[in-house]
Design a protein around this ligand. Structure first.
Ligand code: C2E
Ligand code: MG
Ligand code: MG
Length: 706
């Protein structure tokens, strides 16, 4: 409408096409009278107001009555513009140079600036008088809006710059349209490669998929969605939280990415401190037990077996006390590292405290596998621990409890594994042991024996019995084996099979062993003197006794004191003594051989029965274990073994003694097989010395003759 009007007026500027009709002017006035958004003012040739519409009052503050008749330059033109306005108006009248439309800053009634966009047209009236019309549009609103936009832009920039977050503007396809990054180190791609790229293409697959789902979600809900993710940045692994907003009018996504690495790290550290051991970084007692309970639930649900291994480093306290806690700590760290390396990912290695560790093995296929696993764990420690130019050998004791056989609850299993661990310690350390129901009782009994053994020697609770030994062919008594007896007021008679391992463990075997040697040699002297005959006396020696550097000297001295020829004494050792290959044992055996005492390999057939030991050491006698003698008349395997053993022993020049002969038939068969000597209940149980002195063997078919 305005455009039409202006065009129409403009046409009027041509000399021959002037609008003269007052009617037209009147109707135009009518048209604008009530318009209040646009100011229309008319001026005569003296620039006096001839028309002033409602819009003029609104913009400039003067009513039509106030304005009419006043001059343009006195009304709304600021002082510094007056000359130019008057000149412009004159030029138009005189030379037809129109005043161009332009933005102007005019003045209102209150003397304030008014921003307007001003158009000007020249009218010719009925009397050929020219009237200039100014059509002004108030720019105040536009200016305000513009200023606001600029302010908002500044604000936004300030916000961007002040926040460390990353901002990405993406289109519906995830193509980055714009971004802002206060800190470029958090950008996954170089900034120059960002714009125009699809985020899904440059992000790692897993994260790209997350983005896609979250963007879809934000779009569906026409709102926001947020999620967390981690990215491997060149500097480090970083954690982020992304908030995706969908801007529906632009069909764009605004993604704000916040670096939450510090927060995550702090949370992780708190978790770490609560659940993990600070020294070894293994799960601590709390987490270990929690994992155990969790595992048991799963095993119950899946109907599977599991195992709890309780590990304790042997003599760790000694290391700590002698080398210091720093060394102890290093050892624990290395031990933890080795243990961790040895188990499956799904299994747990935890530190219960001190030198105690726990291993949880889930979903066991075969209980027998535990043997390998336990051996494997022991094997881990075979390699010496090296640090600070030092080498240390540590061993472990392992107790094993099996779910569900040895307990259904975490606390029961743990306690039973602990009990089994003590059993392993009792086995001589560097060992593992399974928990069984009887084990608790056995442990208690063991502890009692240990307590009672203490001081038993001083209280004269020990004695020695003698089991006579016979020539198989003639059934003549040729000697005896000295066997220790212990009678305790509280425990009664305790079998050496039970107390000797404990005495070995506590070290008591040293003095007790000497007691036996002394008694046996003294008795031998007495016995030979009374019978006016030579006998051999066999005495058992434990591995631990060899630790006594003066053992050989002690034996030699005792023999001298009792005036017994060394060849009358026979020392029985088991293979176990030799298996460690310890140099001081080799030396002691060589010295004993030098001294002239006889060496017997005891319990042959059990254990490894390695022939190489027989060849390597100067044995004189081989004692076949009674478990084989037991079977010789019953099964071929035992008989074959005894036959082979005798043949081999003879080929090496050894005498063969059969242990535990209980029946006449066994003796007859042994005679047939060429066995040299025999002992056993068939002849006699071990006897107190006075009974042995008076002992008479009644042969079934051969009366004993002197
Ligand atoms: P060992 O040296 O093999 O001793 C033979 C064991 O077999 C003795 O058991 C003896 O009583 C038993 N025995 C003998 N004849 C028969 C028989 O016909 N039938 C059966 N069933 N058993 C028979 P004991 O006295 O209970 O000794 C057990 C083990 O304790 C000994 O086995 C030996 O290894 C150890 N021991 C005994 N005394 C001493 C000792 O003074 N020092 C050391 N280090 N060990 C000893
Ligand atoms: Mg023996
Ligand atoms: Mg034996």
């Amino acid at each position: 409408m305005v455009g039409f009007f202006i065009g129409y007026i403009r046409g009027s500027q041509a000399d021959d096409m002037e609008i003269r009709k007052t009617a037209t002017r009147e109707s135009v006035h009518q048209l604008f009278d009530a318009v209040d958004a646009i100011s229309v003012q008319g001026y005569d040739e003296q620039r006096r107001v001839v028309y002033w519409n409602r819009g003029s009052e609104v913009i400039y503050g003067y009513t039509a009555a106030e304005a009419l008749g006043r001059k343009l330059e006195d009304l709304i033109i600021p002082a510094d513009m007056r000359g130019a306005v008057i000149a412009g108006h004159r030029d138009w009248l005189e030379q037809g140079v129109a005043i161009p439309a332009s933005e102007l800053v005019l003045r209102n009634k209150a003397g304030e600036d008014v921003n307007v966009f001003s158009n000007h047209v020249m009218f010719v009236d009925d009397n050929n008088q020219r009237e200039m019309y100014c059509i002004d549009i108030d720019l105040a609103e536009v200016r305000r809006a513009q200023a606001e936009t600029v302010l908002k832009e500044h604000m936004l920039r300030a916000v961007f710059e002040a926040t460390p977050d990353l901002f990405f503007l993406m289109n519906a396809d995830g193509v980055v349209i714009d971004y802002h990054a206060g800190d470029h180190t958090n950008l996954y791609v170089a900034p120059e490669n960002l714009i125009g790229q699809r985020a899904m293409e440059f992000l790692p697959n897993k994260i790209a998929r997350k983005f896609q789902t979250q963007m879809a979600r934000a779009m569906e809900q026409s709102g926001h969605s947020s999620f967390e993710y981690e990215l491997n940045l060149p500097a480090d692994l970083a954690y982020f939280e992304a908030r995706v907003s969908y801007l529906p009018t632009q069909a764009q996504f605004m993604v704000i990415v916040r670096d939450i690495t510090e927060k995550q790290k702090a949370a992780k550290m708190i978790r770490q401190q609560a659940y993990f051991d600070a020294l070894t970084s293994l799960p601590n007692r709390f987490l270990s037990l929690d994992r155990l309970s969790q595992m048991l639930k799963e095993m119950e649900r899946d109907g599977e077996q599991a195992a709890v291994l309780f590990l304790d480093i042997d003599d760790f306290k000694k290391v700590n006390d002698s080398l210091g806690h720093e060394v102890g700590d290093k050892l624990l760290v290395e031990a933890a590292r080795r243990l961790k390396r040895a188990v499956r990912k799904s299994d747990t290695v935890g530190r219960l405290g001190g030198d105690e560790f726990i291993v949880l093995l889930r979903a066991l296929k075969d209980i027998n596998d535990l043997v390998d696993i336990a051996e494997g764990l022991l094997g881990l420690f075979r390699e010496p621990f090296r640090f600070d130019g030092r080498e240390l050998v540590l061993t472990l004791s392992i107790g094993i409890a099996i779910y569900p056989d040895n307990g259904a609850s975490a606390s029961n299993l743990l306690r039973n594994a602990d009990t089994a661990m003590y059993q392993a310690k009792a086995l001589g350390r560097n060992a593992y042991s399974f928990f069984t129901k009887e084990m608790n009782d056995r442990i208690l009994r063991r502890l009692e024996i240990e307590a009672q053994l203490h001081g038993a020697l001083e209280r004269n609770e020990f004695s020695v019995s003698y089991q006579p030994k016979f020539d198989v062919r003639t059934e003549r008594m040729v000697g005896a084996e000295a066997l220790l007896r212990w009678r305790n007021p509280i425990l009664g008679q305790v079998s050496p099979a039970e107390f000797i391992p404990i005495a070995e463990h506590t070290g008591l075997i040293g003095p007790v062993g000497k007691f036996v040697i002394k008694q046996a040699i003294a008795f031998l002297g007495q016995w030979q003197a009374q019978h006016q005959r030579h006998y051999t006396m066999a005495v058992n020696l434990s591995p631990r006794q060899f630790r006594d550097k003066k053992l050989v000297e002690f034996i030699a001295q005792t023999l001298r004191e009792q005036e017994i020829e060394p060849a009358r004494l026979e020392l029985e050792i088991t293979e176990g003594v030799l298996m460690n290959g310890e140099a001081h044992i080799d030396k002691a055996l060589a010295d004993l051989n030098e001294l002239g005492v006889l060496l017997a390999m005891d319990d042959f057939g059990t254990g490894y029965s390695s022939l190489s030991y027989l060849r390597r050491y100067a044995f004189d006698v081989l004692k076949v274990d009674r478990s084989f003698i037991n079977g010789i008349t019953l099964n071929k395997e035992d008989r074959d073994l005894v036959v082979a053993t005798i043949a081999m022993a003879h080929s090496l020049g050894l005498l063969v003694v059969a242990e535990g002969v209980e029946e006449r038939a066994q003796l007859a068969l042994l005679d047939e097989l060429g066995c040299d000597l025999a002992q056993g209940y068939y002849f006699s149980e071990p006897l107190p010395p006075d009974e042995l002195v008076n002992f008479q063997h009644q042969s079934a078919d051969r009366p004993q003759t002197e």
